[in-house]
Design a protein around this ligand. Structure first.
Ligand SMILES: Cc1cc2nc3c(=O)[nH]c(=O)nc-3n(C[C@H](O)[C@H](O)[C@H](O)COP(=O)(O)OP(=O)(O)OC[C@H]3O[C@@H](n4cnc5c(N)ncnc54)[C@H](O)[C@@H]3O)c2cc1C
Length: 201
C-alpha cells in the first residue's frame, strides 16, 4: 500500500493554527511511490500540499472534492547513507535536529525549534541565526505534478535565496533530500542545542 485516501476529514491537526476546516478529499502518501500515485489520481484537481502546516492559512470552512489535500507527514524516513543524511520531506525539523545530535553531526541545532517539515523548509529555505537549510543540501528529489516524474536536483548557486528557493516556481512536490555531514562531538552539539534554543520562562 502506497497511499491512504480519506474523505470528509477535519484538517485541524494538519495546521499549527488549528483551524478546523474540513475537506472532502485527502491523500496521505506512505512512500515516494505514493506521491507519484497521488499526483496521478489528482490530475483534475487543485492540489494543496501540507507539511507541518505552520506556514499556511486555511481560508475556507470546507473544501469540496475539486481540491485534493496531499498530507506529507507519513513520508518520514530519516537515515545516514554513504556519509550523508537522507531524509524524506515529511520528517520534522525537530526530529532532524535530534537525529543529527544523536549521530554526532554538527550544524543542525538551528532546526530544533522551527515548526516545520524538511519539505516545507526546503521550499522556503527556512533558517534562523546565520544558518539556513540550503547550506546543507547536496540534492533534492521532487516529483513533477504535470507528468509524475521523479527527478533529483543538485541546486546550483542562486537556486536558494532568503526564505526563497527555485521550488517556489516549480510545479512539483519535494519528496527527499540528501544533506551534508560534518562530524562533531556529542556534548558540544548538545550544549549548543540547549543553549541556543533555551526558553526563558
Ligand atoms: C511559531 C512559528 C515559528 C517559526 N519560526 C521560523 C523560523 O525561525 N525560521 C523559519 O525559516 N521559519 C519559521 N517559521 C515558518 C515555518 O515554520 C517554516 O516556513 C517551515 O519551514 C514551514 O514548513 P511546513 O512543513 O510547516 O510547511 P507548510 O506550512 O505545511 O507549507 C508551507 C508551504 O510549503 C508547501 N510545501 C510543504 N511541503 C511541501 C513539499 N514536500 N513539497 C512541495 N511543497 C511543500 C505548502 O504547499 C505551502 O505552500 C515559523 C512558523 C511558526 C508558526
Amino acid at each position: 500500500m502506497n497511499i491512504l485516501i480519506q474523505n470528509n476529514i477535519s484538517l485541524k491537526r494538519f495546521n499549527t493554527l488549528r483551524l478546523d476546516s474540513t475537506c472532502d478529499y485527502a491523500i496521505t502518501p506512505l512512500n515516494i511511490q505514493g506521491v507519484i500515485e497521488a499526483i496521478q489520481l489528482t490530475q483534475d484537481k487543485r492540489r494543496v500540499i501540507l507539511g507541518n502546516g505552520s506556514n499556511v492559512l486555511l481560508t475556507q470552512e470546507h473544501y469540496d472534492d475539486s481540491t485534493a489535500f496531499i498530507l506529507m507527514h507519513r513520508l518520514d524516513d530519516l537515515d545516514i547513507q554513504d556519509n550523508e543524511i537522507v531524509v524524506e520531506a515529511g520528517r520534522t525539523l525537530h526530529d532532524l535536529a535530534w537525529f543529527t545530535m544523536d549521530n554526532e553531526v554538527e550544524g543542525y541545532a538551528f532546526c530544533e525549534d522551527i515548526p516545520g517539515t524538511v519539505g516545507g523548509a526546503l521550499l522556503m529555505n527556512a533558517g534562523q541565526w546565520e544558518y539556513t537549510i540550503s547550506q546543507y543540501v547536496n540534492w533534492v528529489e521532487v516529483v513533477h505534478c504535470d507528468d509524475a516524474r521523479l527527478e533529483r536536483i543538485y541546486p546550483q548557486e542562486g537556486f536558494f535565496g532568503y526564505r526563497h528557493s527555485g521550488f517556489n516556481t516549480m510545479n512539483a512536490i519535494i519528496v527527499r533530500s540528501g544533506l551534508s555531514i560534518t562530524h562533531g562531538n556529542y556534548n558540544d552539539i548538545f550544549e549548543k542545542s540547549c543553549t541556543t534554543n533555551v526558553n526563558v520562562i
